[in-house]
Every structure is written in C-alpha cells, then in structure tokens.
Design a protein around this ligand. Structure first.
Ligand code: COA
Length: 330
C-alpha cells in the first residue's frame, strides 16, 4: 500500500558468528560438494556461532554498533523490537534480555516471530509506532542462530543457514522527502508446514523420543518454498514500485532476503530489474533468517552503495509462509 511515514534509519550494526564454515567443510561429512552448493544456492561459506556465542550476544553487539553509528546512548531508545526464531530462551523474550544487557531503561521490548521476514515486519511495526507518535527512536534487531536448530545430518537444509544479527535504529524525521513510501505484509498459514520445527512447542514438548527422532530441527520443502519465494519476490517488488509512484530506474538499491541466489536472480529477471542494483552477500553468509536483510543493508550503507536521498527497497519472505516489503527514501 501507498504510505507516507516520517521514518529514517539513523544507525546500523551487525555481528556474525565467528566460525567460518565452507562448502568443503560440508563435503567432508555429507554427500555434497562445493560445486553443487554454489550452483544451486550461490553460497560459498557461512558464519556460525561457537559455543560461547548466542543470540543475545550477537544482538547486543550489533545493537551497540548501531547506537555508536547513530551517536546515541541506550537511554535514547524508547522501544525495542527483536525479530528472531532462535531466542536466547523460550521465556522471556530476547528483546527484554537485550533491553537489560544494553541498559536501555524500562522501555517496552518485544519479539517478533516471523523467521526470514522478521526484520522487515519488525521494521514496518517500528515505523507504525513512530508514525503514531508512540515512539521516537526504535531499536529494531533481526537475529538468528540458525545453527542451533539445523540438522547437520540433512544435506538439503544444513548447507543453507548461517548465524548473524543486524540492528537498525529508526527515528522520526522532519525531512519531508525522507520516509517510508510503500509497505506491504502478507501471510499464508495454509502453507505453515513448508518450513517448520516439529517439536519443542506445546503440541510436542521435548522428550527423549523427540530428541532421538531429531524433531527439534528445521524441516523444509525446498522446492515448494523456492517457487513461492520467486513468485512473491517478483510480485512484491512490482507492487511496491507502483504503490510508491516511482519508476524501476528510480530504485537505487533492492535489499532482499538472502535465501538462494537463484531466487533473487529469477525474480529480478522476470521483472527486468538489474542485478547490479541488488545487494547480494549470500556467498559469504548463507541464509541468516531475520538477520539477512539488516546485515545486507548495513554492508550497503558502509560501502557507500546507499546514499542520502536514495530510494531503497527491503524485501523478504519466509516461514509462515510470510512476506513483507518496505520502500523507503533514506
Ligand atoms: N548436495 C548435493 N545434492 C543435494 C543436496 C546437497 N546439499 N541437497 C539436495 N540434494 C539433492 C537432492 O537429494 C535431489 O536428489 P535426487 O534428484 O536424487 O532426489 C537433488 O539434489 C535435487 O533436489 P532439489 O530439492 O530439487 O534441489 P533444488 O534445486 O530445489 O535445491 C534447495 C534445493 C534447498 C537449495 C532449493 O530448493 C531452495 O533453495 N529452496 C528454497 C529454500 C529457502 O529459501 N528456504 C528458506 C526460505 S526463507
């Protein structure tokens, strides 16, 4: 939909897992190889957490980086939204733990559970709080330690995922040109089991049996998700451009969820959108779920590809199945 929300990103930060795992590392333990993985996914390596790293630690360091770049103190933040499917604990929310770890004071803090779409939805939610006047500066974090729910005996899923956090501080802007120009969110719960973790929820709490049957790991129907992602990405990009009333040429950069290079290439090709204006870093990080969009955004800002005044599109899709888009002028 067409919107006009007075929101800007004033600082970003990232933190990835510190252990690099290459395709060759997988080939040593599974029936796979570097060529297959690169051709089918575009991934060369991913960064995984080591034993003393966790969701909270990654989120905290990414947030501290964002605060520093924004020139803000923890006490300047008045709302925290954390998008994650791998929370530090099942209870309480990681956002509350992050609030205490950063020293933000008693501001509201909550988690968003929408997997790879998580950051984009959290970004849109945060924009609503700013637009309505309920908040002025919101810390939005996308963080996932996917290695903690990945079955390293399953070659179909394990090669895809990495661990990372990306943080962005959203603030009210007085500049009439800046802000969010188009936004969309959607979900299709009838396809919920296309990407899921069978046990560990209230339906099947952890037991010896669920552990022995490896039911706490992510399961995915790769082909179905692939088709869904290509279709949704292309539709969403087209819709956002129309809603914002801009042309394809005016979009300086698209920052898509990094789940598979072929998905990005195929969607852009169908739309006639040049890949040279798409941020791609999946080769180094794999799919980091909720962290994928903010990590890519941060890299594009720090290497100068995103400049003030640019139209930039955030676009993501994932488990649920869910999808979301934000077109902003930075
Ligand atoms: N190495 C080698 N072979 C592999 C493999 C691996 N790591 N993983 C699967 N294969 C095999 C399969 O067993 C299958 O073999 P078969 O033909 O003998 O049965 C063959 O490769 C083709 O499998 P398929 O699942 O059709 O491959 P694909 O081209 O669809 O690629 C994915 C698989 C997972 C890379 C792809 O489907 C994908 O990226 N899907 C979307 C995933 C996604 O984005 N998830 C997150 C959403 S946010």
């Amino acid at each position: 939909m067409k919107v006009r929300w007075p929101v800007e990103i004033v600082g970003t930060g990232i933190r990835t897992g510190s252990r690099v795992m290459t395709n060759d590392d997988f080939a040593e333990r599974l029936d796979t190889n570097d060529e297959w993985i690169q051709q089918r996914t575009g991934i060369r390596e991913r960064r995984l957490t080591v034993e003393n790293e966790s969701t909270l630690q990654l989120a905290r360091q990414a947030s501290e980086g964002a605060l520093e770049r924004a020139g803000l103190a923890p006490s300047d933040i008045d709302l925290i939204i954390c998008a994650t499917i791998t929370p530090e604990h099942v209870l309480p929310s990681t956002a509350c733990e992050l609030q205490a770890a950063l020293g933000c004071g008693h501001v509201p803090a909550f988690d968003h559970v929408s997997a790879c779409t998580g950051f984009t939805w959290a970004f849109l939610s945060a924009s609503q709080y700013i637009h309505s006047g309920m908040a002025n500066r919101v810390l939005v974090v996308g963080v996932d330690c996917m290695s903690r729910m990945t079955d390293y005996e399953d070659r179909g899923t394990s090669i895809l995922f990495g661990d990372a956090a990306g943080a962005a501080i959203l603030a009210r802007t007085d500049d009439p040109e800046r802000g969010v120009y188009a936004a969309s969110m959607g979900a299709d719960g009838s396809q919920a089991m296309s990407i899921w973790v069978p046990a560990g929820g209230s339906k099947e709490p952890a037991t010896n049996r669920t552990v022995n049957e490896r039911l706490h790991y992510i399961r995915m129907n790769g082909r179905e998700v692939y088709r869904f992602a290509v279709t949704k990405m292309q539709q969403q990009m087209k819709q956002a451009i129309e809603d914002a009333g801009v042309t394809v040429d005016q979009i300086a950069l698209v920052v898509p969820h990094q789940s598979n290079l072929r998905i990005i290439e195929s969607a852009c090709e169908k739309l006639g959108f040049p890949l040279s204006r798409v941020v791609i870093n999946i080769d180094r990080y794999g799919n980091t779920s909720a962290a994928s969009v903010p990590v890519a955004y941060h890299e594009a800002v720090t290497d100068g590809r995103i400049k003030p005044g640019d139209y930039v599109m955030l676009i993501a899709f994932g488990a649920g199945l869910t999808w979301g888009t934000a077109l902003l002028r930075v």
